[in-house]
Design a protein around this ligand. Structure first.
Ligand code: GLA
Length: 724
């Protein structure tokens, strides 16, 4: 609900569990008085006066909790909006002009964003600020969802004059939080070790989390949280932000010296400037903000609910995702049709539903150094082309999926030979290669159209039900042959807009194709990609032990239904580690389950176990995909990891516990569950019954491990307590 008190200049955005309170002060500045737990409307009159008093060396404006600060006129920080004016200065004095309030949520032009399906699901408030001198307007947009404890926030800048203005920093959200004694938490990683939650005290220093690489990246995820010192997974106040965007970003937590900490997120000003001509508008990506007074799990659950149902879209959003087999780790580039069909036959026998043909099917691609862009089947490997193999897979009763890496071009490709300037590059400078490839310049419409046509030709004619959309290097020389010098710093963002146009066109043209995004594993795991593709390949690291860390960390923001998770061979190809088939399956079940190994090489015993895993997954899919996911014990904290799923109706409970190393003379290790019905009975298949209270207060004892890397998955049915 959004309350507006026009006379008092007060806006109260009240979600299910949070309040976000804005106030126009006597000089027309927009102040943020509160973002935190929900409070009754009308609670804030007193707070406006807090900022009036106090002698200070700095001007008064520097101590105000400005909603959209800019440098140059009293605010001493860097600000959330920065411009270069025609006269060369960077001053903005933004003053309140007006607001509009509407039901529902308008789409953001050209950008992915959270959405609603009917107008009664949300309200959107747009507040307009205008510079006192220049005809520049800032439209701040806020959406409060009826069913989700997340606030969507973005900024649109309109140049109402005739002279150009250069935007040099335009954060999507920038919130001054009261307090400075916070810890911050971010998801740091690298290839094959993505999204490890790191928590540290802010201790008065500014913190910057960013990517400049033209992708959200493996190294940092577009996410930053602030936590009360005492907050844990299960209790305490936590604020978090993420961005519905897949390119370079910057998130910051900046304490001022008046007891506030500014939390912000948006495009990365280090690699993005935008020239806004008179009459033009610029829309920032959307930020999603959440607050939880129930610890980090509460924050994650708020993000999960919105992302799964109102960021992810389309035919597959709510449908059961198929159990898949991917041939990458089974064959790499070394396959032919016969080999693929042999794997698919075994897959059919154990109940797999989708066969995915990974890299190596096109051009003359026997290694990763050529042919991207030449999207024509290699007849040496596939004599009947893609249609030939997809027909055979379909005849087995499986769906057929195909790998693409459409954003790339290696110098050794027909596409590069035909269009050497179609890659991102800086004139007269060398082109830095990575994985022997260059990146196509998706800021150019002809390049976008080429990709749309090439991918459509295959999806439209060759019987493809699933696409793995990969992207295996990041940007260097991120400049375009098609832009004038003064617009070169727009290339990265124009690339993303071009990519989004390609994805919008393809997903609209092939609505029933299931798309999974990938970038060297989880190098582009963000809400921008999830808007087009409801699942992401979480990591190239398929080691079950490593996956405990990766999936645990990923779940801080993203729901399990968004994470691809596969059972692969041992010794594991990334780490050389050996773990049991059971452990590998029990870890993979906490995501979109699949296999990535040569099923024809499995022992009968492992094959039987694989079939059993598929049966289990199929019977649990509703709970795994749509249930409430709660982290119970962190693998980063010790020898164990655990999480639970509860079905939407609360009747099914799945506990997943993992132990890394065997312990000598082990002590009892209990794990407490969360959020259950204390009075109800939760019964295991073997008849053992527990009360919800017992599971939450005493917990489950992990069985004594007999080998390293073991797991314990327990499935309970709730029996409601008879009403007294
Ligand atoms: C990336 C992906 C892998 C696989 C290879 C193929 O690394 O993350 O899953 O598709 O590319 O080259």
């Amino acid at each position: 609900m959004i309350y507006v008190d026009e006379a008092a200049g007060r806006f109260h955005l009240q979600g299910k569990g949070y309040s976000y309170c804005l106030q126009v002060d006597e000089e027309g500045r927009l102040l943020n008085l509160h973002f935190g737990a929900r409070i009754p409307d009308g609670s804030l009159r007193r707070l406006v006066d807090d900022y009036r008093d106090g002698a200070s060396f700095d001007p008064k404006v520097s101590r105000l909790p400005l909603e959209l600060p800019s440098p140059g006129a009293g605010f001493m920080g860097e600000g959330a909006l920065q411009v270069e004016n025609t006269n060369g200065d960077n001053i903005l004095r933004l003053r309140y002009e007006g607001y509009t309030l509407l039901d529902g949520k308008p789409a953001l032009e050209g950008l992915p964003a959270s959405y609603v399906e009917s107008a009664d699901e949300a309200q959107t408030l747009v507040i307009t600020l205008k510079d006192e001198l220049l005809p520049l307007r800032a439209e701040l947009s806020y959406t409060v969802f009826r069913d989700h404890d997340v606030l969507a926030r973005s900024l649109r800048l309109v140049n109402g004059g005739t002279e150009p203005v250069t935007l040099t920093k335009m954060q999507s959200a920038s919130v001054p939080l009261y307090g400075e004694d916070f810890d911050y938490l971010h998801l740091k990683g690298g290839w094959a070790r993505e999204r490890r939650p790191l928590r540290a005290p802010l201790a008065g220093a500014a913190v910057r989390i960013e990517s400049r690489r033209g992708a959200s990246g493996h190294e940092e995820n577009p996410f930053l949280a602030l936590m009360e010192k005492s907050a844990t997974e299960r209790q305490g106040r936590v604020w978090g932000e993420t961005l519905v965007y897949s390119g370079s970003f910057m998130a910051e937590a900046v304490p001022d010296n008046f007891g506030n900490t500014r939390l912000s997120i948006g495009l990365n000003p280090g690699v993005c400037r935008w020239r806004l001509n008179g009459g033009e508008a610029f829309q920032t990506p959307e930020a999603l903000l959440a607050f939880s007074s129930e610890g980090l799990n509460g924050l994650s659950q708020a993000f999960h609910g919105l992302i799964r149902t109102r960021v992810c879209r389309g035919y597959w959003r709510d449908r059961e995702r198929p159990v898949l087999i991917n041939n990458w780790e089974a064959t790499y580039f070394n396959f032919n049709e016969e080999k693929l069909v042999a794997i698919a036959e075994k897959a059919r026998d154990i109940g797999v539903e989708l066969f995915v043909l990974d890299d190596g099917w096109f051009g003359k691609r026997d290694s990763d150094n050529c042919s991207l862009g030449d999207w024509v089947a290699d007849r040496r490997k596939l004599p009947g082309g893609i249609k030939g193999v997809s027909d055979k897979i379909h005849a087995l009763g499986l769906r057929f999926g195909l790998w693409f890496e459409p954003e790339m071009v290696p110098p050794d490709s027909d596409l590069y030979r035909a269009h050497p300037d179609w890659c991102l590059h800086a004139k007269d400078r060398p082109r830095t290669e990575a994985r022997q490839q260059l990146i196509l310049d998706l800021s150019r419409q002809e390049v976008q159209d080429y990709i749309i046509a090439a991918v459509s030709a295959i999806l439209g004619n060759e019987g493809v039900d699933y696409v793995k959309w990969d992207m295996n290097r990041n940007m260097t020389e991120p400049f375009s042959a098609a832009l004038p010098p003064e617009r070169q710093m727009e290339t990265q963002h124009r690339y993303m807009l071009g990519l989004y146009r390609v994805l919008e066109t393809l997903t609209a043209a092939f609505p029933q194709v299931l798309f999974e995004s990938c970038s060297g594993g989880g190098g582009r795991f963000d809400c921008g990609m999830l808007y087009y593709m409801p699942q992401t390949w979480t990591s190239d690291d398929t080691d079950a032990n490593e996956r405990l860390y990766i999936q645990y960390g990923t779940s801080v923001v993203y729901p399990p239904a968004a994470m691809g998770a596969h059972v692969s061979a041992v010794p594991n190809h990334q780490t050389g580690r050996v773990s049991s088939f059971k452990m590998r399956g029990d870890v993979a079940l906490a995501g979109n389950f699949g296999f990535e190994l040569d099923l024809t090489a499995l022992s009968p015993q492992d094959l039987a176990e694989a079939a059993e895993q598929v049966r289990t997954i199929k019977s649990l899919r509703g709970t795994l995909q749509k249930g409430t996911f709660t982290r119970l014990e962190s693998p980063f904290a010790g020898n164990y990891a655990a999480w639970q799923f509860v079905s939407p109706d609360g009747d099914e409970l799945l506990f997943c516990g993992y132990q890394r190393l065997v312990e000598p003379n082990p002590t009892t290790h209990r794990i407490r569950l969360c959020g259950l019905d204390a009075e109800a009975i939760y019964r295991l298949d073997d008849g053992t019954a527990y009360t919800g209270g017992e599971l939450m207060e005493i917990g489950l004892s992990m069985p004594i491990a007999k080998e390293d890397f073991s797991s314990c998955v327990l499935r309970f049915r709730r029996e409601r307590a008879p009403r007294a």
